[in-house]
Write a protein that binds this ligand. Structure first.
Ligand code: GLA
Length: 537
């Protein structure tokens, strides 16, 4: 039993109503979960033979050895509760029982995942876990379950409390069980509650929205998931939902299907965003293109990188986008060049945009698994419509810095810069008065030596380093050596006595981010101007 499990068991004995406030630090999910889930292809049409065949295919195709270890039964494995309240698997579809299925999977080096719901019923109206959390967690542990996907249907009680109750129940079960939160959108409490959490609605087998798309197409899921990049780290990953790669519109979950180029984009962007890679296709009948996408070891390595950074969008140039993910090592990045238009386009990444200065860097194409040489300043490549080029770039790491440059020609006074940043799940917060924006001011961002105020660190974290004449610019240098998962920069300032305010988010803090502070075009909200004044250059 882990220490947190022990503590929460004791807490439960002393007072069953006490909620341990501990973080999810259960040692699990240090890299995104990889495996297979029944929902996208089979929906409710599952039984033990289907599951065993998929498990066998994970082994025979080489997927298990590539990292896909979890076999997750989604909704509809359960039918009722017995007279003691124990959850019971469908006796017709799972006649051998759940323990036998768990044993079958473990004997093949696989892991066992099941599904339940925080409400009274699951989304497919099978019994939910509300009021049975500890009893169900004990059943799962006795079957050898390694992961619980916990859904959000038929629920009326407080969402956060119900997910925390299941977290504590799993912790008290005595078995290491990953909690996969399925609450259909990012929740601020999720990183302290589960090891992964859905950031989106259900992803359909559609690249982009069409008239029949009931839930979320792949491109919208990527956009949604990007907003929460700063929260991802070893032990917690955002989950933009399971893969549709290889379904070609044949899954019971619906959708028109995608082209192989679109499936490769889907998979590559999931890897770039350190998303769980949970296949949702029929593994017994994969074509060569599907195998190639799902089994590319260099793309999988991007997803499973031990730093656990969720890559994010760096540049948006209309239909083309540059995304970057910091990888373990000095000056290493995965870069995705995404062409959202329908025809081929050349897309360029500049090294300075991904924190690698302006010198030279080597490029490897991860889809073709081929080196592309050494390039100074950046690299351009032609990308097919709806496609992605996925690169591994190795260059020289440049110091992390945030620069705010004055581009508004009017006099800016009363400038205050506030930063919040996240280190190891804890927010740090500080602000400095810059005053009149006509000097060069350098601030050092440093989380050492602050004091704790409730749930965050406050103090003199943003220190003035030096001040010298020159172009009006505020530079925030990172001097804290720890990994800063994300940062928020807030500015307030006055022009002609009128107050303006804005903030921007960065995730993670890496490389140089240049902002322009320009108050033209803000809107007046009664007491102050609000708008996109602090623009990424
Ligand atoms: C919800 C979830 C899906 C799936 C179904 C099962 O829609 O978001 O991922 O688990 O329920 O009913």
């Amino acid at each position: 039993m882990t220490l947190t499990a022990l503590v929460s068991t004791l807490a439960a004995v002393v007072d069953a109503g006490t909620q341990p406030a501990a973080a999810i630090e259960n040692g699990l999910g240090r890299t995104p979960v990889m495996g297979w889930n029944s929902w996208n292809y089979y929906q409710c049409n599952i039984d033990e033979n289907v599951v065993k065949k998929q498990a066998d295919a994970l082994v025979s195709t080489g997927m298990r050895d590539a990292g896909y270890k979890f076999v997750n039964l989604d909704d509809c494995w359960q039918t009722s509760r017995d007279s003691s309240g124990n959850i019971v698997a469908d006796p017709e579809r799972f006649p051998s029982g759940m323990k036998a299925l768990g044993d079958y999977l473990h004997a093949r080096g696989l892991k066992f995942g099941v599904y339940s719901d925080r409400g009274t019923q699951t989304c497919a109206e099978r019994p939910g876990s509300q009021g049975y959390e500890y009893q169900d967690a004990r059943s799962y542990a006795s079957w050898g379950v390694d992961l619980l996907k916990y859904d959000n249907c038929h629920a009326t009680l407080d969402q956060k409390t119900q997910y925390e109750t299941m977290r504590d129940a799993l912790d008290a079960s005595g078995r290491d069980i990953i909690l996969s939160i399925c609450a259909w959108g990012f929740k601020s409490w999720a990183p302290k509650t589960g090891n992964m959490s859905r950031s989106t609605g259900d992803v359909m087998d559609d690249y982009t929205r069409n008239s029949q798309t009931e839930f979320t197409p792949v491109d919208e899921a990527i956009d949604k998931n990007n907003a929460f990049a700063m929260y991802a780290h070893p032990g917690f990953f955002n989950d933009p939902d399971m893969l549709q790669v290889g379904n070609y519109g044949n899954g019971d979950g619906g959708g028109l299907g995608m082209t192989d180029t679109e499936y490769q984009t889907h998979f590559s962007m999931w890897a770039l965003m350190a998303a769980p890679l949970i296949a949702g296709n029929d593994l017994t009948s994969m074509n060569a293109a599907t195998r190639k996408i799902l089994l590319n070891p260099e793309v999988i390595a991007v997803d499973q990188d031990p730093l656990g950074v969720q890559g994010r969008k760096i540049r948006d140039i209309g239909d083309t986008e540059v995304w970057s993910k910091k990888l373990q090592g000095n000056g290493v990045r995965a870069v995705a060049l995404w062409n959202r238009s329908t025809s081929a386009k050349s897309i360029r990444v500049d090294w300075r945009d991904i924190g690698l200065g302006t010198g030279s860097a080597t490029v490897r194409d991860l889809h073709d698994r081929a080196d592309r040489g050494t390039h100074t300043g950046g690299y351009s490549v032609s990308v097919p419509g709806h496609g992605v080029a996925l690169l591994r770039v190795t260059g020289a790491e440049t110091p992390d810095v945030v620069k705010i440059t004055k581009t508004d020609t009017r006099t800016i006074t009363d400038l205050q810069v506030r930063t919040e940043f996240l280190i190891n799940d804890e927010w740090h917060d500080d602000h400095e008065d810059v005053g009149t924006f006509n000097d060069s001011t350098a601030l050092n961002l440093n989380g050492n030596g602050a004091t704790r105020d409730g749930n965050k660190w406050v103090g003199n974290l943003l220190k003035t380093a030096s001040s010298s004449a020159g172009p009006a610019v505020v530079t925030i240098n990172r001097t804290d050596p720890r990994f800063i998962y994300g940062a928020r920069v807030h500015v307030t300032f006055k022009i002609n006595g009128e107050q303006y305010t804005d903030f921007e988010e960065l995730a993670p803090l890496s490389g140089t981010t240049n902002y322009q502070l320009n108050a033209n075009g803000g809107t007046w909200n009664g007491s102050q101007y609000k708008g996109n004044f602090l623009r990424i250059q």
